[in-house]
Design a protein around this ligand. Structure first.
Ligand code: PHE
Length: 445
C-alpha cells in the first residue's frame, strides 16, 4: 500500500493572488522573450503565433490544469504525487523524470538568466555601447569566467527566495516583481511602437504568412507552448500542492494561459518593431536578444536607459521562473530526506551549479572544444531537458490524469461539459501530439 505519510498535510499555502502571480511568474520567462521571438521570426511570424496559440489552448491548458490538479489533490511533490494518488510505488519513478528535468533545466537556465543581468549592468553603465561589435562582445564575455559569476548570483538569489518558503519567499518575490515587470513591459512597448519604422515590425509579427507553416513549425509551436507554460517537469504540480481548496483551478489555468500569451504578444510588439526600425533582421537566431537588439538600442534615443530596462525585464522574468524550477527538486528533497527548506534549497542549488558551471563554460569558454556528439554541454542540457524530459513528463501527466487517476474531475471542480472536453483532450489528443513532438525533436536533433 502507498506510503501515505508522504502526503504532507501540514503544507504551507499560497494566498489566492500570490498563487496566480507566482504561476504567471513561472510561465513568463526567458522562453517568452528570448526563445519565442526568434522562433516566430524563423517559422512564419503571425501564422506561427496563431499556431502557438492553438497549441497552447488545446494541449497546454489541459495539461496545465492536470498538473495543478495532481498537485493539489496529492499535496505531494513532483515524484510522490503520483504514488499518493495511484497507490503504486512505480508511478513515483515516472514523476521523478520531472524532478530530473527541473534539475537539468535549472543548470542551463541560470546561465542565460545570468547573461541578462550582465547585459542590464553593461547597458545602464553605457559599456555595452562603447564596446563595439555586439557579436564579438557576446562571445568575448562568454569566453571569460564572468558568466559563471553571474550564474552563481542567479543561483544564490533563487536559493535564498526558495529557502524563505512559499508565503515568505516565492509569493512575496512574485508579488513585488510581477507588477514591476508589467510596468516595464508597457513602457518598452510604447517606446518600441513609437519608433519611426516600427510599423514594418508590427506587420511582420501580426501579418500571417501561411505559406511558411509546415509540420515542423507546428511541432516547434507545440514544444514551445509546453516550455512556455512551464509544463512537463512538475513545476505547476509542485505549486499546485500549495494551493487552497477554495481556489478555482480552472480560473487559475485560464489566468496563466492568458497571461503567458499576452506577455508573448507584447514581447513581440517590443522586439520586432525595435529590430525593424533599425533594419536588423528578425530571424537573427538565438543571438537576437543579446546581439541584434543592443544594436537597436545603440541607435535609439536614450538607448542606455531603454536597453537597461529591457534587460532588467528579462532578468525579472528569468528569476521568477528560475525559483519555480528550483522549487521542484527542493520540494522533492524536503519530503524524501525530511530536511528543512533551507538545507534542501542550498544543497540542491550547490549540486545544480556543479552541472551548471560546465554548461556556462561550454559556449565560447574553456569547454567550448568539448562537443560530444556535436553538441556543447549547454546544448545537451537544453536538448535533454527541454526536448526529451519535458515531453516525457508531459506524457506522464496526461496519461495519469486521463487514464489512471479516477478522481481528477472532483479535484479540478469542473462542470460536466468542461470535464468531458478536458478528458477528451487528455485522453485522445494530447498524448499523440506530445509523442509527435518528442519523436520530431529527437529526430531533428
Ligand atoms: N516557462 C518558462 C519560460 O518561458 C521556463 C520554464 C520551463 C519554467 C519549465 C519552469 C518550467 O521561460
Amino acid at each position: 500500500k502507498p506510503t501515505l505519510e508522504l502526503n504532507n498535510t501540514s503544507k504551507e499555502t499560497f494566498s489566492s493572488a500570490g498563487f496566480i502571480l507566482s504561476a504567471i511568474g513561472s510561465s513568463v520567462g526567458l522562453g517568452n522573450m528570448w526563445k519565442f521571438p526568434y522562433i516566430t521570426g524563423l517559422y512564419g511570424g503571425a501564422a506561427f503565433f496563431l499556431l502557438f496559440t492553438i497549441c497552447l489552448v488545446v494541449i497546454g491548458l489541459p495539461i496545465l490544469l492536470a498538473e495543478l490538479t495532481i498537485g493539489r489533490g496529492s499535496r505531494g511533490n513532483a515524484s510522490s504525487a503520483f504514488t499518493i494518488l495511484s497507490g503504486h510505488k512505480y508511478w513515483s519513478y515516472f514523476g521523478g523524470l520531472g524532478v530530473l528535468a527541473a534539475f537539468v533545466i535549472m543548470a542551463f537556465y541560470t546561465v542565460v538568466a545570468g547573461w541578462t543581468m550582465h547585459y542590464a549592468v553593461q547597458s545602464f553603465t553605457g559599456k555595452l555601447f562603447s564596446g563595439g561589435d555586439f557579436g564579438a562582445q557576446f562571445e568575448n564575455f562568454n569566453a571569460t569566467l564572468q558568466p559563471v559569476g553571474w550564474q552563481i548570483v542567479v543561483m544564490i538569489i533563487s536559493v535564498f527566495v526558495v529557502a524563505k518558503g512559499i508565503s515568505g519567499g516565492i509569493e512575496k518575490f512574485n508579488k513585488v516583481l510581477i507588477p514591476g515587470l508589467i510596468i516595464i513591459l508597457l513602457v518598452l512597448m510604447v517606446r518600441a511602437l513609437s519608433l519611426p519604422g516600427a510599423g514594418a515590425g508590427v506587420e511582420f509579427f501580426l501579418k500571417p504568412d501561411f505559406s511558411k507553416l509546415t509540420v515542423e513549425s507546428a511541432l516547434v509551436a507545440l514544444g514551445h507552448a509546453f516550455f512556455s507554460l512551464s509544463l512537463g517537469m512538475g513545476t505547476m504540480l509542485t505549486y499546485g500542492a500549495y494551493v487552497e481548496k477554495r481556489q478555482s483551478l480552472g480560473t487559475a489555468t485560464l489566468a496563466v494561459g492568458f497571461g503567458d500569451l499576452l506577455y508573448a504578444l507584447v514581447a513581440g510588439l517590443i522586439i520586432f518593431p525595435t529590430s525593424f526600425a533599425f533594419g536588423i533582421p528578425s530571424s537573427a537566431g538565438p543571438g537576437l536578444v543579446f546581439v541584434a537588439l543592443p544594436a537597436a538600442f545603440d541607435a535609439m534615443w536614450m538607448g542606455e536607459f531603454f536597453g537597461g530596462l529591457f534587460f532588467i525585464l528579462l532578468a525579472i522574468a528569468a528569476l521568477t521562473s528560475a525559483i519555480s524550477i528550483l522549487e521542484v527538486p527542493v520540494a522533492f528533497v524536503m519530503d524524501k530526506f525530511r530536511t528543512t527548506r533551507a538545507k534542501a534549497a542550498s544543497s540542491v542549488g550547490a549540486l545544480c551549479l556543479v552541472f551548471g558551471i560546465p554548461a556556462a563554460l561550454s559556449l565560447y569558454g574553456p569547454l567550448s572544444g568539448f562537443l560530444p556528439g556535436g553538441k556543447s554541454i549547454f546544448d545537451w542540457m537544453d536538448f535533454l531537458g527541454s526536448y526529451v524530459l519535458l515531453p516525457l513528463g508531459g506524457l506522464v501527466v496526461t496519461l495519469f490524469t486521463g487514464y489512471v487517476w479516477k478522481h481528477a474531475g472532483q479535484e479540478a471542480g469542473l462542470t460536466s461539459g468542461w470535464y468531458k472536453l478536458w478528458m477528451f483532450l487528455l485522453r485522445y489528443i494530447a498524448p499523440f501530439l506530445v509523442i509527435a513532438v518528442f519523436i520530431y525533436s529527437i529526430y531533428s536533433n
